[in-house]
Design a protein around this ligand. Structure first.
Ligand code: FES
Length: 238
């Protein structure tokens, strides 16, 4: 089944294929919908809600919502931008995201999204959690203080690396990414070449001994805003 589906995003006519999500069709059309837990190589998770759009007047996660004929999708309204700002601000205060001395600065999707959404400082009080750092692996460390629970590492290990290094443990405010080994990441079959290492959108999973190999100021989002590579497709008429 490869039916063509026609719908609009902010009044722009978009063509999608049956089975595609709104996020996928929008990206192909060169329209950027912010996202954190979604990644083009992973099955959608639908957990961060940063990709929320209005579909025929109702809020939906664009990364899990299939395209449908005649749908009216709103992506860039003031209301949706404010909702996304709130979500991103809450992620910042819930963890310890000290961008000024984080190795991921400039390559961090959370930081880049905050810039794109015009966030200067969160309006909520910081939690300042004290979570353990796992450095048991010889080549990788995990700082749970920076984890946003997007689950990309969990899915990447399973779907792309063919392993099963991670799982979510706990519930609610106590939910964390855990390892499928009792004594930490160093006791799993995780390898530094695994995709889960680079697919983390923030600085929670980092390689050891490569800090600041690329100077701050010369990194991905130091050069261009997040989402601009998708918007460039539209500008080129693709
Ligand atoms: Fe859609 Fe996270 S990107 S819910």
């Amino acid at each position: 089944m490869s039916a063509t589906i026609h719908f609009t995003i902010d009044g722009v006519e978009v063509t999608g294929k049956a089975g595609q999500t709104i996020l996928q069709a929008a990206s192909e059309a060169g329209i950027y919908i912010p996202r954190l837990c979604a990644h083009k190589d992973l099955t959608p998770h639908g957990s961060c809600r940063v990709c929320t759009v209005m579909v025929n007047g109702r809020p939906q996660a664009a990364c899990t919502q299939p395209v449908s004929d005649g749908a009216i999708v709103e992506n860039e309204t003031a209301e949706i931008k404010e909702l996304r700002r709130n979500l991103v601000e809450m992620l910042f205060v819930e963890g310890n995201h000290y961008c000024m001395f984080c190795e991921k600065s400039g390559n961090c999707e959370l930081q880049a999204l905050a810039y794109r959404l015009g966030i200067q400082a969160p309006r909520y009080p910081y939690f300042f959690p004290q979570r353990a750092l796992d450095a048991t692996h010889p080549d990788i460390f995990i700082d749970h203080n920076r984890c946003i629970l997007c689950g990309r590492c969990v899915r990447a290990s399973k779907e792309l690396d063919g392993k099963n290094v991670f799982q979510f443990i706990g519930r609610g405010a106590h939910k964390r990414v855990g390892f499928n080994a009792p004594d930490g990441l160093g006791h799993t079959d995780a390898a530094v070449s695994d995709r889960f290492v680079s697919i983390c959108p923030v600085g929670a999973i980092l390689k050891k001994r490569v800090g600041y190999a690329i100077p701050v100021g010369q990194r991905l989002f130091d050069k261009r805003p997040i989402g601009s590579e998708i918007e460039a497709r539209r500008a080129k008429g693709k």
